[in-house]
Design a protein. Structure first.
Length: 311
């Protein structure tokens, strides 16, 4: 910058998903329904788990927390995206951009840690059933949730700190529909190679390490199931299949975006939509459609509501 007067960026312009007005209106209708389903579906799981004593066990305790994270994660980007789809001017203040990327990484990292803990929970329940009640008691589960939020906060502070310390003096156009670290640091008016390496190392290491831990847990589970009865094997596989589906839907996009340098691919926006909107929509369906306990608890909750209205 050589001592010259530099005007620092005070806001960013988001290019959004498309420039076509007709497509923007169609996407607004589609994503409005999707966001409503996220709030209703995940909210229903949280209420069901909290209200049914039979679901006060680690697996459903973690599922309720996953639903809470999904609502938070979607709410970081969806309201702004919906507003911008109807607006001609898609801008966000510098502070708003920083806040968005902080909470985006906070929720994403919390979900990665939680999915890893849920895999560990299934591993303990299936492979070490005698020690399971002691090791996965309610206080232990509460401590694990507190630890995952602490770890996610540290990760997000590191990502945000590395991004904010860079100078931004123009351009200010982000080729995305929300603020994230890779597209933002590309706008810095300085060399970002080292910062990019640190950011990719941070996010990539977390994503890959947790993903490998998940795979390891399920490989051990699959091996241990060979000695189980047909019914026990079927029940365990049903639970694990649901979790693995969620893992694939969430980790796939995260690994694609955060384990490479900050370069743009045409698929980036589609992949981002997948893990910020599509996955939170699908999670309630994945975890409840094949889960008889959840379906039974939801049915009882609905009957209780009808009975209360009848009185």
């Amino acid at each position: 910058m050589d001592g010259k007067n530099v005007t620092m960026v005070t806001h960013f312009v988001l290019l959004g998903l498309t420039e076509s007005r007709e497509l923007q209106l169609a996407l607004f209708a589609l994503f409005s329904v999707a966001y409503l389903l996220i709030l209703v579906g995940n909210g229903l799981i949280m209420v069901t788990v909290a209200s049914d004593r039979h679901l006060h066990i680690p697996m459903y305790f973690f599922l309720g927390n996953l639903s809470f994270i999904d609502i938070c994660h979607a709410s970081v980007t969806a309201p702004k995206m919906l507003t911008d789809l109807l607006s001609g001017e898609k801008t966000i203040s510098f502070g708003g951009c920083v806040a968005q990327l902080f909470f985006l990484h906070l929720c994403a990292c919390a979900e990665i840690f939680l999915l890893t803990i849920m895999a560990y929970d299934r591993y303990m329940a299936i492979c070490h059933p005698l020690q399971y009640p002691t090791l996965m008691s309610l206080p232990a589960c509460t401590w694990l949730v507190g630890a995952l939020w602490s770890g996610a906060t540290v990760h997000s502070l590191v990502q945000t700190g590395l991004t904010v310390r860079l100078p931004y003096c123009g351009p200010n156009v982000i080729d995305s529909y929300f603020c994230d670290v890779p597209p933002v640091i590309k706008l810095a008016c300085t060399d970002t190679y080292l910062t990019g390496v640190l950011i990719v190392s941070n996010s990539g290491l977390i994503s890959l390490t947790c993903f490998l831990a998940l795979l390891g847990s399920y490989l051990v589970i699959l091996v241990s199931l060979r000695s189980r009865s047909t019914e026990g094997r079927r029940k365990a596989l049903s639970t694990c299949a649901s979790h693995l589906a969620v893992v694939a839907l969430f980790f796939g996009p995260c690994i694609f975006i955060y384990t490479r340098p900050a370069t743009s691919f045409s698929l980036d926006k589609v992949v981002s939509v997948f893990y910020t909107v599509v996955t939170p929509v699908l999670n309630p369906a994945i975890y409840t459609l094949r889960n008889q306990e959840m379906k039974g608890a939801m049915k009882k909750l609905r009957e209780r509501q009808v009975f209360c209205r009848g009185k």
